[in-house]
Write a protein that binds this ligand. Structure first.
Ligand code: IVH
Length: 669
């Protein structure tokens, strides 16, 4: 075979393998390969495409990581308009929907499909001969925007269809792009850790991500899609909507497992009630149930108004809202000194939970809604997300209510608060502010930072309030006796706490950098800096230019890190930590660290190595072993006769590995 042909064949082989593994992992939740093996294939393809750009195809899995930066988005005219839906709020209104159908098509009977109405952004995906060629926003329903590069980064959107639908000349699919609650919370925590503004709700986060000019950013946002319609197929192989949805599942899409086919309208009403009861457990925002006539022929004959199809209706869940009064607006101070306002409410029940606080985000949000103490407001609670205020009922405003004056000084230490031009957040300017210090200590000791067990709220508060700790280095000078004097701390816990403090000294440079809370330095950035510079000494001497030259470090991070090391108080703190015995280097000698940042839990017995050997192997490759399974665990290694941790992993959707897969991940087979 000529050399070129071999390359073309290899590239195609890699693409199809990667598409297959992607499908097994993201759609079936049944991974067939280790992450390491996936990465190996992916990198091989990436290198091949880099060396021979003509081998790259628009449906290559390498497109998933994004990178293309758009100037603006081109307009897309939808072939079939993306309409709204008519609403129904009660079972009676659902029956009226059927009565309208019967008037339009006398003598006919109707079967239905019910689907959760996912609250995200509607998109249209165009496939030609099984390849994704375009993805567009809904826009105004007639004209949308071309966001193909961004949608290619969504792992649950196949770039290539499987099975018979791949043969269709044209297939257009509609779906809702959304962010699940857990992913949303994780994203917000990461944004906050890097000193960025969190999103108010999952919908905003998803909307921001799909309209990103830099698809590399979209790729890092955990978006998903739930597909809900085939809007055009050439030729059309389906007679019912349900059939079409099943075909989409076979073609490689994730369809909603809560969708149900109903033989009559009473079954529809039953499903609507059931989904309403279960909505809290969905894990994503849904504001109702979409009820659709199943027969595509009936759909066609019923047609649409300019606003909505006549063959569908949205049963809207009763609002997760309530009216209550704001007693007080409280402003607290976080680790970065950010002043964060919270509304303290007259407790009110919303969908089974008592709500007494709502987030107000920042001063602009308070101004925008003109929120005042004493106001009667509508609060909304969506899923697990923190409740927020929707609007003020100004007609109920007490006469003497005055506009809220956002503090110009820190509510904890009284120093001036500063809000830079163009930013929404004001921050306390006092480096020694006790509120900052307390939050800073909690961050310093958190699991992903210096991992100091037992350093919780109550301890941090006392250490700061009693003046026992004025900076992180003071933690290492505390004696068991001093700790035993803290309230609600027995002798044994004082010893444990002391051991935990001392034990944290050896965590290494990456964790230490993250723990110090330098603005824009999250876990990832800290790891990059530690790997690149190796020691605090070298890092502190790096110029802004040298920092910005490192792959993965942008100008904003470089400026922030350089500034950090210029400040005398930071240099002093580092000197104190060094004197206290805190390790200022990162181990780089021991070879590659493919498992860096990954956490493992072992359950059950391994046959080919002892538990200690497994632990050492994980650590040598940069991974970490923890004792209990949480949402943050990356892998649970399941040996013989596993315990409850296995169940827990399955419940939380944490990836499990059997012994063979584990050995493969370690690079031994
Ligand atoms: S069907 C022509 N099904 O809700 C059919 N829409 O309020 C109209 N949505 O624009 C859409 N889940 O973005 C349909 N299972 C579902 C849906 C759904 C969410 C969104 C969609 C639509 C909006 C209408």
């Amino acid at each position: 075979m000529p050399a070129r042909k071999i390359l073309v064949t290899r590239a195609e082989k890699l693409r199809s393998l990667l598409h297959h593994h992607n499908y097994a992992y993201y759609i079936l939740n049944r991974p067939e390969t280790s992450d390491a093996e996936y990465d190996r294939l992916f990198n091989e393809l990436k290198e091949l495409e880099a060396a021979h750009p003509e081998l790259a195809t628009p449906d290559s899995p390498t497109q998933r990581v994004g990178g293309a930066v758009a100037e603006g988005f081109a307009s897309v005219a939808h072939r079939v308009p993306m309409l709204s839906l008519d609403n129904a709020y009660t079972p009676e209104e659902i029956r009226e929907f059927e009565a309208r159908l019967q008037r339009a098509l006398p003598g006919e009977t109707f079967a239905y499909v019910c689907e959760p109405k996912v609250d995200g952004l509607g998109v249209a995906l165009l496939y030609e001969r099984g390849r994704l060629v375009r993805g567009a926003t809904r826009g105004d329903g007639r004209l949308g925007e071309d966001i193909t590069q961004n949608l290619k980064t969504v792992r649950t959107i196949p770039l290539r269809l499987r099975g018979s639908l791949a043969d269709l000349a044209v297939l257009e699919i509609r779906g809702e792009v959304f962010m699940a609650h857990e992913a949303f919370e994780r994203l917000n925590r990461a944004l906050e850790a890097e000193g960025e503004e969190p999103f108010a709700n999952p919908r905003n986060a998803a909307a921001g991500a799909v309209r990103q000019k830099d698809s590399g950013i979209t790729a890092k946002r955990p978006l998903e899609i739930s597909v809900y319609a085939v809007s055009h197929a050439e030729p059309s192989p389906f007679t019912t909507h349900w059939q079409a949805m099943r075909a989409l599942a076979r073609a490689g899409f994730k369809t909603n497992p809560r969708s149900a086919r109903c033989p009559d309208i009473e079954a529809v009403i039953g499903i609507c009630a059931e989904l309403e009861r279960e909505r809290e457990g969905f894990g994503y925002d849904a504001d109702g149930v979409v009820v659709k006539v199943d027969s595509l022929d009936q759909q066609r004959r019923l047609g649409s108004t300019t606003h909505h199809p006549r063959w569908a209706v949205a049963y809207k869940f009763p609002a997760q809202q309530a009216t209550t009064v704001i007693r007080k607006i409280d402003v607290s101070v976080g680790r970065t000194g950010a002043l964060t306002p919270t509304a303290l409410l007259d407790p009110v029940e919303i969908a089974g939970a008592t709500i007494s606080r709502a987030t107000l985000h920042n001063a602009d949000e308070i101004d925008r809604l003109d929120i005042r103490e004493g106001d009667t407001v509508i609060v909304e609670r969506a899923g697990d997300v923190i409740p927020h205020i929707l609007r003020v009922l100004t007609e109920k405003r007490p006469r003497d209510a005055t506009p809220f004056a956002f503090p110009r000084t820190c509510p904890v230490c009284g120093s001036s608060a500063f809000r830079p031009e163009g930013e929404v957040v004001s921050r306390c300017t006092n480096a020694a502010c006790p509120a900052k210090l307390k939050e800073g200590l909690l961050h310093y000791g958190s699991r992903r930072a210096m991992d100091i067990e037992h350093l919780g709220d109550a301890v941090a508060e006392q250490l700061v309030d009693r003046g026992m700790v004025r900076n992180f280095a003071d933690l290492y000078d505390l004696t068991v006796d001093q700790l035993a004097a803290l309230e609600r701390l027995a002798e044994k816990s004082a010893t444990n706490l002391h051991t935990a403090f001392q034990g944290s000294k050896g965590r290494g440079l990456a964790r230490l950098l993250f723990a110090l809370g330098v603005r824009y330095v999250g876990e990832n950035v800290a790891r990059i800096l530690a790997t690149e510079f190796g020691s605090m000494e070298r890092l502190s001497r790096a110029t802004e230019e040298e920092l910005a030259a490192v792959h993965g470090i942008g100008p904003r991070i470089a400026a922030s890190v350089a500034l950090f090391f210029q400040q005398p108080e930071n240099r002093h703190l580092i000197a104190l930590l060094r004197k206290g015995g805190v390790k200022m280097e990162e181990e780089t000698s021991a070879g590659p660290k493919p498992l860096l940042g990954k956490t493992f839990v072992l359950t059950g017995g391994l046959t080919r190595m002892t538990r200690d050997e497994a632990k050492a192997a994980i650590q040598r490759l940069g991974g970490r072993l923890t004792s209990s399974v949480s949402k943050k665990t990356d892998y649970v290694v399941v040996g013989k006769d596993p315990g409850s941790k296995y169940e827990e992993a399955r419940r939380l959707g944490v990836r499990t590995l059997d012994e063979t897969e584990f050995l493969a991940l370690l690079g031994r087979s």
